[in-house]
Ligand binder design. Structure first.
Ligand code: ATP
Length: 356
């Protein structure tokens, strides 16, 4: 098990990178706790796989160092780093039985028969593969084969870290739910450092203690799911996490007041916007409250999504979404109030606190 230190890592696939845009990873400088469950979350092309491959040793970073428990492993091969990996598509030995596929990484390391048997049966049980233990992998469906791959990744308990690259892509939706929570409980039992790449926020939020949100080759926030929801540090985090995402619109700030289209919002503090070119207010749909007093808005449509309704509206000329309970009454002359703790000010996309 390892604490992973990423020291000023930058990576460009092409030669002679000049501008920040030439880098697939622009600057990553973080320390990840030993035994943590991290999810790398972000849209396609933001650098998740590049970062994972740098941790595994499949890619050597153009700049910077990577350390496991303080030891520089930048020049180590994947094998020397002692990690397990699970990829998007199954990697199994077709001619072996399900049992032998799982036992193989343990037998390879000379582990005693009883210990191998105990561990393999434990993992088979967890993945609901016990009844297929003696079947050859060859004839199995893609999602069963992927479960074997997961098992092969999880079976060793002496690894520094287990890395998952979108491992549930080929698993059917029903089974995804089950496997996600099983991975989470396995992490709790084993305390192995796990890093999990996904572009699916539900997957990231259910699996990880800490979600690493990436955007355009940078880590924009590493936090617990609750923090990402309540305190998005970057407008991208607000927009990407949550459904619908955070409402973000341009404002002018004067002392402790934010103004938009003739409306004035009292912030309760003077935000430190400095010389920012772009100043925005962010508020999640859950923190806007429809009411009979406050600031007027016009409703365009109401979408019923089960226990909740999403109200699509125009506020001061800006499109906004508001989440209300299914049974909530929609006023015929609607007004809106902002709940204070949900209002954030962003200067050039980054959240700012009060003026010092
Ligand atoms: P996805 O979810 O689509 O896999 P990602 O977030 O994992 O995306 P990466 O695969 O790390 O992103 O890609 C980051 C950037 O680096 C992208 O612009 C991609 O086109 C580029 N890239 C990735 N691999 C290579 C490569 N082998 N050679 C050149 N460019 C690459």
């Amino acid at each position: 098990m390892a604490r992973i230190t990423l020291e000023h890592i930058r990576h460009a696939y092409g030669p002679n990178p000049q501008s920040p845009y030439d880098y697939a990873l622009r600057e990553v400088n973080h320390e990840w706790n030993d035994g943590g469950a991290y999810a790398l979350l972000g849209p396609s092309g933001c650098g998740k796989t590049t970062l994972l491959n740098i941790i595994s040793g499949l890619v050597k970073p153009s700049e910077g160092r990577i350390l496991f428990n303080g030891q520089d492993v930048t020049d180590f091969s994947t094998e020397e780093r002692n990690i397990a990996q699970v990829f998007q598509f199954p990697v199994v030995y077709d001619t072996m039985t399900v049992y032998d596929n799982l036992a193989f990484p343990l037998r390879n390391r000379g582990i005693a028969y009883e210990q191998v048997d105990r561990r393999v049966n434990e993992i088979l049980g967890m993945l609901d593969l016990t009844s297929r233990a003696q079947k050859k992998a060859r004839g199995l469906t893609a999602d069963l084969k992927q479960k074997i791959s997961l098992g092969r990744g999880l079976v060793r308990s002496d690894v520094n870290a287990i890395l998952f690259d979108e491992p549930l892509t080929v698993i059917d939706p029903q089974m995804k739910w089950v496997l996600r929570s099983q991975l989470k409980s396995l992490h709790r039992q084993s305390a192995v450092t796990m890093v999990y790449v996904t572009h699916d926020q539900t997957e990231a939020l259910t699996f990880a203690d800490k979600v690493v949100v990436m955007y355009q080759g940078e880590i924009v926030q590493i936090d617990s799911p609750a923090e990402l929801f309540e305190n998005p540090k970057h407008t991208f985090v607000g927009y990407f996490i949550g459904s619908p995402g955070m409402n973000v619109f341009p404002v002018t700030v004067d002392g402790s007041k934010a103004r938009v289209g003739g409306m004035e919002i009292e912030l309760g503090y003077a935000p430190a916007i400095g010389q920012a070119k772009k100043v925005e207010l962010g508020i999640r749909p859950e923190f806007m409250q429809l009411s009979r007093t406050g600031m007027p808005l016009s409703i365009r449509k109401v979408e019923d999504i089960g226990r909740l309704k999403i109200v699509r509206a125009d506020f001061a000329g800006q499109p906004v979404s508001i989440v209300v309970k299914e049974e909530a009454e929609i006023p015929s002359e609607p007004y809106v109030q902002f709940r204070d703790q949900g209002v954030h000010i962003y200067a050039d996309s980054w959240r700012v606190g009060r003026e010092a």
